[in-house]
Design a protein around this ligand. Structure first.
Ligand SMILES: C[S@@+](CC[C@H](N)C(=O)[O-])C[C@H]1O[C@@H](n2cnc3c(N)ncnc32)[C@H](O)[C@@H]1O
Ligand code: SF4
Length: 297
């Protein structure tokens, strides 16, 4: 296996939301066309990448996303979809769920009011609708994600409780990623209004751990989140974010040796690999003892 277990393919920067902290690509007027996107997927496969995460922006803003998902699966890649959630439909799932291993959805609050501090009105209801739909596809793993900010830090325990309740009624494997909102964005942001300190994040995490929720909760600090992502941006360039910077390594399709290119950057290969194992942990029964998927061994 190559050094890269997982690549994030930001297939568009278009999105229905305008989260003030968004670290995704912004305002790309065009994105790679279908043929180029397929070549990028094949190159990931040839580079021994195991998993592609279709992300954005919102990948469901692309008309060809179902085709890309099915092609990635046919090439033998594991497929994750990180979507804003408000465009997830029964029709889309019926056509693609068999090719998707995991769907990731953002949730910034346990109520419409709290969620709407960073998302547009109605997003909370859209996520509740998406969860109801996903419960009908138990083979698809589901991950909820919350970037923790000064606005929602006291509510994260309630979000965990909401997800835990939902998880008890469905057959899906359910994960919850709690991010310490990372101060990186392509548009200006007043980070002091949003970012929580390491100590505040750790206190919140300790409180949530003490509740003994059954779902697997991953707490991701700034130290853990930095330099672990390998991304292809909407224009087809390879990007490894580092601190506040987006390090652009050039056009992905022009890179002959991915591992060598990454060695010249400050990509944290070991932490990347450790982080990538998180998705491979699946609950095994009432005790929810995490185990690694056999294909990781
Ligand atoms: C860039 S979004 C793209 C997919 C989709 N639009 C969404 O929001 O889930 C991917 C993930 O990054 C998270 N995220 C965005 N900005 C962040 C930041 N500054 N720090 C930590 N996580 C962030 C989002 O909550 C989401 O879970
Ligand atoms: S929903 Fe996702 S891509 Fe859209 S603005 Fe928010 S974090 Fe960024």
């Amino acid at each position: 296996m190559g050094k890269v277990a997982t690549m994030d393919f930001h297939v568009t920067s278009e999105c229905s939301q305008e989260c003030p902290y968004c670290w995704g690509p912004q305002d790309f007027e065009t994105a790679v066309d279908t043929a180029t996107a397929l070549s990028i997927l094949q190159k990931m496969r040839d580079s021994e990448v195991r998993r592609v995460v279709f992300t954005g922006g919102d990948p469901l803003q692309r008309a060809d996303i179902a085709e890309l998902i099915r092609a990635a699966r046919d090439m033998g890649l594991e497929v994750a979809l990180s979507t804003t959630g408000d465009k997830l439909t029964e029709e889309f799932l019926a056509a693609t769920a068999g090719a998707i291993d995991l769907i990731s959805l953002p949730l910034d609050g346990s109520t419409e009011e709290i969620n709407a501090q960073t998302k547009k009105p109605g997003h909370f209801a859209a996520i509740m609708g998406a969860l109801a739909l996903l419960g009908r596809y138990p083979k698809v793993d589901v991950k909820l994600c919350t970037p923790v900010t000064r606005k929602n830090i006291d509510d994260v325990v309630n979000i965990a409780a909401l997800i835990d309740r939902w998880a008890r009624g469905v057959g899906n494997c359910v994960f919850y990623n709690v991010f310490q909102t990372f101060p990186r964005s392509m548009t200006p942001c007043r980070w002091d209004e949003w970012v929580v300190s390491d100590a505040e994040f750790e206190r919140m995490a300790a409180n949530i751990r003490a509740h003994g929720f059954r779902i697997q909760i991953n707490f991701l600090t700034h130290a853990m989140l930095d330099r672990i992502y390998v991304m292809v941006f909407p224009d087809g360039s390879l990007v490894v974010p580092s601190g506040p910077d987006y390090r652009n390594l050039g056009r992905f399709l022009d890179i002959s040796d991915l591992d060598a290119a990454l060695e010249r950057s400050d990509f944290a290969a070991f932490r990347h690999f450790a982080h990538s194992l998180g998705w491979g942990k699946r609950p095994t029964g009432p005790g929810l003892v995490p185990t690694l998927r056999s294909h990781l061994s």
